[in-house]
Design a protein around this ligand. Structure first.
Ligand code: S3P
Length: 175
């Protein structure tokens, strides 16, 4: 197994922030799949969804995951919908230690309402969308992750420390 730490979880659960923290503390470079896609495509995610559609975005996401296959020693923060495809879930597990960041729907709503970068939530009832998507995705996050962390009552530093300790244990037990 490759020695990456991969962060999965719903929009607004702190994957990018925790990813940056882990990158600093662990000394592993950060790969943020959404950021790479925006750089590659030269436009923001809402524009990719609007002009090419969600499926095209998912294809770009899957291609990017394939291109990460040879990477090791990285922190990989992913977009919340990356677990939708079985092909992606398989690659994520092969890439390393998969950590699922969990937050309550109310917390997700609070965090995601701060900007309009998320096309799936740019509608009249984002709360309802969050509940629907969580219902579909929760079993997929669960079966992809090696570890799930409830983040609601923890600081970003506490989440980061927990991940570091369990990742060290996980990688250590494989040697
Ligand atoms: C998505 C989550 C977003 C981004 C895109 C689709 C999703 O990433 O990939 O808007 O389907 O949940 P974040 O989870 O970083 O917000």
């Amino acid at each position: 197994m490759q020695q990456n730490i991969i962060l999965i979880g719903f929009m607004g659960t702190g994957k990018s922030t925790i990813g940056r923290n882990l990158s600093q503390v662990f000394g592993y470079p950060l790969i943020d799949t959404d950021h790479i896609i925006v750089e590659q495509q030269g436009r923001p995610i809402p524009e990719i969804f609007a002009s090419q559609g969600e499926n095209a975005f998912r294809d770009i996401e899957t291609n990017l995951l394939h291109s990460l296959h040879k990477h090791s020693g990285h922190i990989i923060a992913t977009g919340g919908g990356i677990i939708g495809r079985e092909e992606n879930r398989k690659i994520l597990r092969e890439l390393g230690y998969v950590v699922w960041l969990i937050a309550k729907p109310s917390e997700i709503l609070e965090r995601t309402s701060r900007n309009s970068n998320r096309p799936l939530l740019n509608n009249d009832d984002p709360e309802d969308t969050i509940r629907d998507l969580l219902e579909i995705r929760t079993p997929l996050y669960r079966k992809t992750a090696h570890l799930g962390i409830e983040t609601d009552d923890l600081s970003f530093d506490e989440v980061t420390t927990g991940i570091i300790e369990s990742a060290r244990y996980h990688f250590g037990s494989q040697e």
